[in-house]
Design a protein around this ligand. Structure first.
Ligand SMILES: [Zn+2]
Length: 284
């Protein structure tokens, strides 16, 4: 009988503390994680205060980030929860690509001014991201294309025509020109870039709380700056514009400038969070 009482007590305790903080996602470099703390006053990742919407928040770790990190949740009742996250070093592939046109490996002098101008345009669009705590991503994430062959994964160290370059900060999926490209989740279009030297035609979407996604090398763009897009809304079509060796989508994700593996978005579990939000909104 005593054993039974003890078990019930612990079961009750686990349940209440589990509801105070739910984390989803695998803690490793380059991954995005989802958090839910319905009774939170504030949430911190180390010293960074996170945006929170209906108790829901996001955080991520850069491709090369390691070490010990803490999620600290201050509850409305004055208590706090501390969750420790240990990141182990992640190994990335080395990818050699030898078919790239010389002008894209080392751009000619004549293109430098244009590249610099385009860099500034993208930078100023990125500066608009991270200013809203609204979780436009609440419906969860989808792969932005149906099918296709993954030709380059996130994080690969790239050697283009024998020259070491920056790592690959996205996921490449090869598909025929004209294949629809969909928004991975809801958000606001911050830039619809036309014919950029490296990116070609592309779309940059702000999902709130510092999260953004980018879709490069499109043949067609179907949205414009300021548009509110929904999860699965058609934003463009596959192409091979900019630095590209054939029709494919480069899907990139960032969280406050940190390079995030897009695949990690697809592993986040929204169902328990949404279920609780719905339950709370019904009782309120
Ligand atoms: Zn790519």
């Amino acid at each position: 009988m005593i054993v039974l009482i003890v078990c019930l007590f612990f079961a009750g305790l686990n349940q209440s503390s589990a509801q105070e903080l739910i984390l989803s996602g695998e803690a490793k470099p380059g991954n995005l994680m989802l958090g839910y703390a319905p009774n939170s006053e504030s949430v911190y990742l180390d010293t960074i205060k996170l945006g929170v919407d209906k108790g829901v928040f996001l955080f991520g770790f850069d491709r090369d980030e390691t070490g010990t990190h803490y999620i600290k949740v201050k509850l409305k009742n004055g208590k706090s929860i501390l969750k420790k996250i240990d990141l182990r070093e992640r190994k990335y592939k080395i990818q050699r690509i030898n078919k790239i046109k010389k002008k894209f490996v080392t751009p000619p002098e004549s293109a430098l001014k244009r590249i610099e101008q385009e860099r500034k345009v993208l930078k100023s669009a990125r500066e608009k991201i991270g200013k809203t705590d609204t979780a436009y991503y609440l419906e969860g994430f989808i792969r932005p294309v149906k099918g296709g062959r993954v030709t380059s994964v996130f994080g690969s160290q790239r050697i283009l025509n024998g020259v070491p370059k920056n790592p690959h900060n996205g996921l490449d999926i090869a598909l025929p020109k004209g294949t629809p490209v969909y928004a991975t989740t809801g958000g606001i279009v911050r830039l619809a870039g036309k014919n950029f030297y490296y990116n070609g035609n592309f779309v940059l979407i702000d999902h709130g709380q510092g999260l953004s996604s980018i879709y490069l090398h499109l043949s067609k763009i179907l949205v414009k700056e300021g548009d509110r897009v929904k999860k699965g809304g058609k934003i463009g079509e596959i192409g091979t514009t900019g630095r590209s060796t054939g029709p494919h989508l480069h899907w990139g994700v960032q969280w406050f400038g940190k390079r995030i593996d897009p695949v990690s978005l697809l592993n986040l579990k929204f169902a328990p969070v949404l279920k609780n939000i719905n339950r709370l909104s019904q009782t309120n």
